[in-house]
Design a protein around this ligand. Structure first.
Ligand code: THG
Length: 367
């Protein structure tokens, strides 16, 4: 056992005290914040996401705010997805690439107004990047971190819980759209989103001093639906085919390799970062692609600390980037970042600590 102490550098989220009170037993670090990962019963936490409703402290999904006359321009320069038709109140999943076309983050972008955007980021320092790009391009925009922290209500009963708190209007919100409102005087934005494919919402808290209060409102409202604390799970997200940038990607991974090609619009303006490299990569054709792996074996055997080599016919063909026991498929499943010569149906070997393990490549998502 050991303890990690929150500091100014390792920031606790506004829901940290609530997570402690719920009996958090494990956590990960994300964006230099503490991301609770379990409350002592991983099995129950998994099934709650699949069948019920689960409450997550995902305050580590930090926001990068772009504000000013050039906010929209900067948003578009940062992302190779065409944002020209995005409306205020709409969110979009937008890969961010560097000049080489490597994926460096995959935020949800929220457009609050023509001159106000939030990027709800994955685990890398987007504000440094955004501020540098804005300065280099001479843009009139302020890049900052607002006091905004997401809490997720995920699972098939999530909509009922959120509707019981904010009203039935949320049932009509489309995927990634959001609305700004107040809950018992606490300012929030409510978005249909979340890092699972089981449905639900994220409540973006806009006053960090109200984390425990907001948490408890949903904890109370969720009681009739069996709500309980939980976290984004590797099992559910892997079954569902969600990408974890930083986990499933390395310093060379482009969007086409990891099934994010549909979020790249090759005809955006030339000033969009990475677009020239992406056009070239697209034309040449990617060399690797992401496929599912189903491993042989009846016991949970998660990934060790790094990617594991995949071989076919004695040759290295790629790497397994994650691996987790799937309670629904009753097998260890993972993603392979493999040569495009490998196709679904192929049998491969994963070189594990325990020795070579047979596996089959399949199309993603698993479920
Ligand atoms: N919610 C919020 N912020 C976030 C995440 C989130 N920041 C970090 C991380 N997650 C960003 N990454 C993702 C990855 C996938 C999705 C959302 C955020 C996602 N993808 C769907 C899919 O791939 O099927 C839908 C994408 C689409 O078709 O538009 O939901 O979870 N606030």
């Amino acid at each position: 056992m050991f303890t990690i102490h929150p500091t100014a550098r390792l920031r606790p989220s506004p829901f940290y005290q609530a997570a402690l009170a719920e009996g958090m037993t494990s956590a990960s670090l994300y964006n230099r914040m503490i991301l609770p990962t379990s409350f002592g019963d991983p099995e129950a936490e998994y099934w709650r996401i699949i069948n019920g409703v689960s409450q997550w402290d995902v305050g580590c999904e930090r926001q990068v705010q772009l504000k000013g006359p050039d906010a929209g321009r900067l948003a578009q320069i940062l992302s190779p997805r065409d944002l020209s038709k995005c409306k205020a109140g709409q969110g979009k999943y937008v890969p961010l690439c560097n000049h080489r076309g490597t994926v460096i983050n995959d935020p949800i972008m929220l457009k609050l107004a023509d001159d106000l955007y939030w990027f709800s980021i994955a685990d890398s320092d987007v504000w440094i990047w955004a501020r540098a790009i804005a300065a280099e391009r001479g843009l009139d925009v302020e890049v900052s971190e607002p006091d905004v922290s997401p809490m997720a209500i995920q699972g098939p009963k999530g909509e009922d819980v959120v509707a019981s708190v904010v009203g039935d209007w949320v049932r009509d919100i489309r995927y990634f759209w959001f609305k700004e409102t107040e809950i018992e005087g606490i300012p929030v934005a409510v978005q249909r989103s979340g890092w699972s494919k089981q449905g639900g919402f994220e409540i973006y808290l806009r006053d960090g001093s109200q984390g425990t209060a907001l948490w408890n409102i949903f904890k109370e409202a969720g009681k009739p639906y069996g709500i309980g604390p939980g976290a984004p799970t590797t099992a559910e997200r892997t079954e569902s085919g969600l990408v974890s940038v930083g986990g499933d990607t390395d310093e060379e991974t482009n969007p086409f390799e990891i099934r994010l090609g549909k979020y790249v619009d090759l005809d955006v303006d030339d000033d969009v970062i990475g677009i020239k490299a992406l056009r070239r990569i697209h034309q040449e054709g990617p060399k690797r692609h992401q496929l599912g792996l189903i491993l042989e074996g009846e016991e949970p055997a998660p990934l060790k600390f790094s990617w594991e080599e995949i071989r076919s016919g004695g040759k290295t063909v790629g790497e397994m980037t994650n691996c987790v026991w799937s309670p629904r498929l009753k097998a260890n499943i993972g993603y392979g970042l493999v040569s495009v010569d490998c196709v679904p149906g192929d049998k491969v070997e994963v070189m594990r600590d325990s020795g070579a393990s047979s596996a089959k490549l399949v199309e993603l998502p698993f479920l």
